[in-house]
Design a protein around this ligand. Structure first.
Ligand SMILES: [Zn+2]
Length: 281
């Protein structure tokens, strides 16, 4: 373990805590939801389970001038659109990239301002972080984000309340590529995603290494063509979350990210009833 970058230690610690059941008893359901298979069954909406003929493709931690344009090229070559969960702290340094994402037809969503555990922050700081990120995403891209994914996939009561107030729907994932590791390769990312790849699922990859091993994004980028081919071979359409998840009762999630910059809204109360969860991306 020694010698691992701090972010990997954090990920490993969180994963270990969840896996060994050290989550307090009061968080029993959240502990269960840290297991992807159980999460899919218990809280499918939160896990990102949607249209069974469709796979939602999502990217976290960007936008990053070094890597995000490469993903845009690859997605354009396959005529596929995706959802990008943006960090405010990254977008503020590369606002033109945020606009590029929307111009290319992709959906922008909120990953928070800073890449930190929300459970370590109080309700006010949590709300402020999320609101600041949502406002920047909306202001820069002209697209009102409808979805939110917390850093490391770790939710708290405070963040669920903040998301509800901000009309952001929390969505985690059903399959990931473990692409953040320095040991990841395009092959390992593809194999890892395929293990949990099903119609109706949500795939998590990273278009930036800002919280990962340097250059780790290359393994995700390298896996992308084969992953898209795999989905096509299975007859699964691939696209953003707005095309994947049904609107919530009492509100609507309209298509967002059209080239005219019009935006959709998350349903009010979208996070209501969603349990806290503890897992590590
Ligand atoms: Zn992240």
């Amino acid at each position: 373990m020694s010698g691992l970058p701090r972010h990997l230690l954090r990920r490993t610690a969180a994963a270990g805590a969840a896996a060994t059941g050290t989550v307090a008893a009061v968080h029993a359901l959240p502990a269960l939801t840290s297991v992807p298979g159980l999460r899919r069954r218990l809280v499918p909406g939160l896990a990102g389970v949607g249209d069974p003929g469709h796979v939602a493709l999502t990217f976290d931690d960007g936008p990053d001038p070094t890597s995000t344009p490469r993903f845009l090229e690859a997605l354009a070559a396959h005529e596929v659109r995706a959802t990008f969960f943006l960090l405010g702290s990254m977008l503020v340094r590369a606002p033109e990239l945020g606009r590029d994402l929307v111009q290319a037809g992709h959906e922008v969503a909120v990953h928070g301002w800073e890449h930190r555990y929300f459970v370590l922050r109080g309700p006010t700081a949590t709300y402020d972080d999320l609101a600041r990120a949502r406002d920047l995403v909306g202001d820069v891209t002209g697209q009102t984000p409808a979805f939110f994914r917390p850093p490391y996939g770790v939710l708290s009561t405070a963040v669920l309340r903040a998301a509800r107030r901000l009309r952001l729907r929390p969505v985690l994932w059903t399959a990931w590529g473990k692409d953040w590791s320095s040991r990841a390769t395009p092959r390992s990312v593809l194999d890892t995603v395929r293990r949990d790849l099903v119609g109706g699922g949500t795939v998590l990859l990273h278009d930036s290494d800002c919280t990962s091993a340097p250059g780790a994004w290359r393994s995700a980028l390298g896996a992308l063509p084969a992953l898209l081919d795999e989905c096509a071979g299975r007859g699964l359409r691939v696209g953003p979350l707005r095309e994947h998840l049904a609107p919530r009762a009492g509100g609507e999630v309209r298509p967002t990210g059209r080239l005219d910059g019009s935006a959709g809204r998350a349903a009010p109360g979208a996070a209501e009833g969603a349990p806290r969860t503890a897992t590590a991306p």
